[in-house]
Design a protein around this ligand. Structure first.
Ligand code: SF4
Length: 287
């Protein structure tokens, strides 16, 4: 990967960004890669030496890494920090680096540190639940210790005092969020499903055939909506999830229904392989 520095940020930040400390160890797949879109993973493998990323865009990742260092350095005695656990399953070597394992007499509390937005803390994040449940699966399988609790320790990078009091808004810039525990059968079934998807993508890449598409969830795509507007108006009178509902609302008036296609935020703003992605080109009519 080529790290650029368009805004002339200090060299120490550039060096830190180049050495983000990430490694999947000796495993052939990590939990974070497993949870990623197989299409992105394959495009990253194929184009790794051509991918450009500006250090300014990696700033929140750098911030997250520094928070991990701080948590590790100050961890109490019964907390194991940043341990990478390996296992062999369905022909794969799988690993996961767990931020924090707090070992108590009746089980282990697993925590993952996230530097994130207030919006993320206020809304469901299925990926957090998946990641922590796969870590729990690794701990119970390899260490034979029961996991009793899963939690996210969120550092809220855009927290604002003036928003406190609004419904659901976190009262402090850090929050501990309990994560739903799955049964061991659910964890194992989900692990098998993800491995199959990545195995299929490996085969497609090897054969040079088209990769399966990213799902709307993987693209961070917002829903399509339908706005009812005054003719030549700028603001919507109302916005509906379906065309039928919008047409019913507009019926008998001179108002018009305007389709607002969902926006694939990851593709447009965050995906570092978008310029190599045929799906992105097709969906945006790029030649
Ligand atoms: S650009 Fe969008 S569709 Fe293509 S790999 Fe990235 S997230 Fe997936």
């Amino acid at each position: 990967m080529i790290i650029t520095n368009k805004y002339n940020l200090p060299q120490v930040i550039v060096d830190f960004a180049k050495d983000d400390g990430y490694s999947a160890g000796k495993s052939n797949i990590s939990v974070t890669t497993l949870l990623n879109s197989p299409r992105i993973v394959q495009l990253q493998k194929k184009h790794w030496n051509e991918i450009e990323s500006d250090v300014s865009k990696r700033f929140f990742m750098i911030l997250g890494t520094s928070i991990h260092y701080m948590m590790e350095k100050n961890a109490p005695k019964n907390v194991i920090s940043e341990e990478r656990i390996h296992t062999h399953f369905n022909g794969w070597d799988i690993s996961g680096a767990i931020d924090s394992q707090q070992v108590e007499e009746d089980g282990v509390i697993l925590s993952d540190y996230k530097t994130t937005s207030a919006w993320a803390v206020m809304n469901d994040k299925p990926d957090w639940e998946r990641q922590l449940n796969l870590y729990a699966w690794l701990v119970e399988r390899e260490k034979k210790l029961p996991v009793k609790k899963l939690q996210i320790v969120a550092v809220i990078r855009d927290w604002k005092q003036r928003e406190v009091g609004k419904e659901g808004y976190p009262p402090a810039p850090m929050a501990v969020i309990d994560i739903k525990m799955w049964s061991s059968q659910e964890r194992e079934a989900f692990m098998s499903e993800r491995l199959n998807e990545h195995a299929e993508a490996d085969t497609s890449a090897m054969l040079g055939s088209e990769l399966s598409k990213c799902t709307p969830e993987e693209q961070w795509r917002t829903k399509d909506t339908f706005a009812v507007m005054k003719k030549a108006g700028v603001r919507a009178l109302r916005v509906f999830d379906t065309k039928d509902e919008a047409e019913e609302f507009a019926a008998g008036t001179s108002n018009v229904v305007v389709a607002r296609p969902g926006y694939a935020r990851r593709c447009h703003e965050y995906c570092d392989v978008s310029k190599f992605c045929q799906q992105f080109k097709d969906e945006n009519e790029i030649l």
